[in-house]
Design a protein around this ligand. Structure first.
Ligand code: CA
Length: 420
């Protein structure tokens, strides 16, 4: 069934721009609204959005076993909660409806709207958010800077996917501006802390997965079962105020340096759409404990890019990385998260941790790119950055590409406004 929706030769009646992230093989889910209309579930194709709520009302989604219009909603949660079997049946039906000669081709305008005429919204109600720290290169770089006299990786790092519980309330969708946060920092070692706007504002290039089905308290999810719970993935910018973070994070970890905002891309790309791009993770040495072992590949080959755009300036490509670099994969992350019996919920979000590669141009944060401010980045307008300036816009893009098939995430774009 899955192979049918991946076929690179599928032909849709929708006009798809060249190099679009959203061909008929992708079909990511999101939430949109037309002016003066309620939010609804949509699927992105090319530069259009397919209205699933209207398709449901007109009975084009009959026979899947969905007996309530879960698409006439402000979030995807009710649809996700139905489970993987329904995600796959719905994907197959949508794929068939969008092909040349389908039942809706003649009345396509009734169901398809140009993206430029719509507003897109946060796709899920996020109940809980966890952030991992799973890139060996990122953890090593940060260790070298924050603990120059010790081993860059702490002793636990290669034995478990390190993570912390983040803040769900401040997860925002692409296009939402943020303000530079204020807080306590300690710029000078031998002087008391000061209060004011962060002077070391940074992004973190991450991806996040979203669980669509819940688990019971006390129940552990194995690496083999993990993907049955995972609905899909988005691009994730985990905003970080490095000076607040540095002063507050010992002994309990990130708090106000992280929880003021995290931005996501609006279209959730399903694991089914990413299937052709499954690949091996880096070799793990030392051997991991049995509950973290995998008998299949759970990494995905996804190209990632970060652009910095100054106010009234052009985009600067400042980082190229790849999701496949992650030392710990999504199945290991979810297995570890639940091995103690911690229950997961519908719409919970899990950040990967900053995705850095081995080369200097693949580092996924300003902290690493400017090596804690010691190597400023030169931008194409002649200016320099150690960290982000007011009115800078950070744009992250991601796509997988192979054998003529491109499955993309679009972008997550956020502008940093001055302190409120
Ligand atoms: Ca992070």
């Amino acid at each position: 069934m899955m192979a049918e929706t991946h076929d690179p030769n599928l032909e849709t009646f929708v006009s798809i721009p060249e190099n679009s992230d959203f061909p008929i093989q992708n079909l990511p889910y999101g939430i949109f609204s037309k002016s003066d209309a309620d939010k609804a579930v949509g699927v992105r194709i090319g530069d259009h959005v397919l209205d699933l709520s209207k398709l449901y009302k007109d009975k084009h989604l009959d026979g899947i076993g969905i007996h309530d219009n879960v698409f006439d909603r402000a979030y995807l949660n009710d649809f996700m909660e139905m489970g993987k079997n329904y995600w796959q049946k719905t994907r197959l039906r949508i794929s068939r409806l969008l092909r040349k000669g389908s039942a809706i081709e003649a009345e396509a305008k009734r169901y398809l709207y140009p993206i430029s005429s719509l507003e897109v919204h946060l796709p899920v109600f996020v109940r809980d958010y966890t952030d991992f720290y799973s890139s060996e290169e990122h953890a090593t770089n940060v260790g070298k800077m924050f603990r120059p006299n010790g081993d860059p990786l702490l002793p636990n790092w290669k034995h478990l996917p390190v993570g912390y519980h983040g803040r769900a309330s401040s997860i925002i969708v692409s296009g939402t501006d943020i303000h530079r946060p204020k807080g306590q920092t300690k710029p000078k070692e031998d002087e008391p802390p000061v209060f004011g706007p962060s002077q070391r504002m940074d992004f973190e290039l991450e991806m996040a997965f979203i669980t669509g089905t819940a688990s019971e308290l006390g129940e552990a999810i194995t690496t083999q079962e993990a993907e049955n719970h995972i609905f899909g993935m988005v691009l994730f910018n985990d905003w970080s105020a490095r000076d607040l973070q540095k002063w507050e994070y010992v002994p309990l970890g990130p708090f106000l340096g992280k929880n003021f905002a995290s931005s996501i891309s609006p279209w959730i790309v399903t694991l089914d759409a990413l299937e052709p791009f499954r690949t091996a993770s880096p070799k793990q040495d030392p051997e991991v404990l049995p509950y973290l072992k995998c008998n299949a590949n759970h990494a995905f080959d996804i190209n990632l890019q970060v652009y910095l755009q100054p106010e009234a300036g052009k985009e600067n490509l400042i980082c190229r990385s790849n999701f496949k670099h992650m030392y710990w994969n999504i199945a290991q992350q979810l297995a570890h998260h639940t091995v103690n019996g911690c229950n997961i919920g519908v719409g919970d979000m899990y950040g990967s941790g900053t995705i850095s590669g081995k080369t200097e141009d693949s580092f996924g944060s300003m902290l690493e790119l400017s090596w804690a401010g010691t190597k400023p980045l030169k931008l194409n307008d002649g200016s320099e950055r150690k960290f982000l300036q007011d009115n800078d816009t950070v744009i992250m893009r991601g796509y997988a590409q192979k054998d003529g098939l491109r499955i993309g995430f679009g972008e997550v774009r956020t502008k940093l406004l001055p302190t409120k």
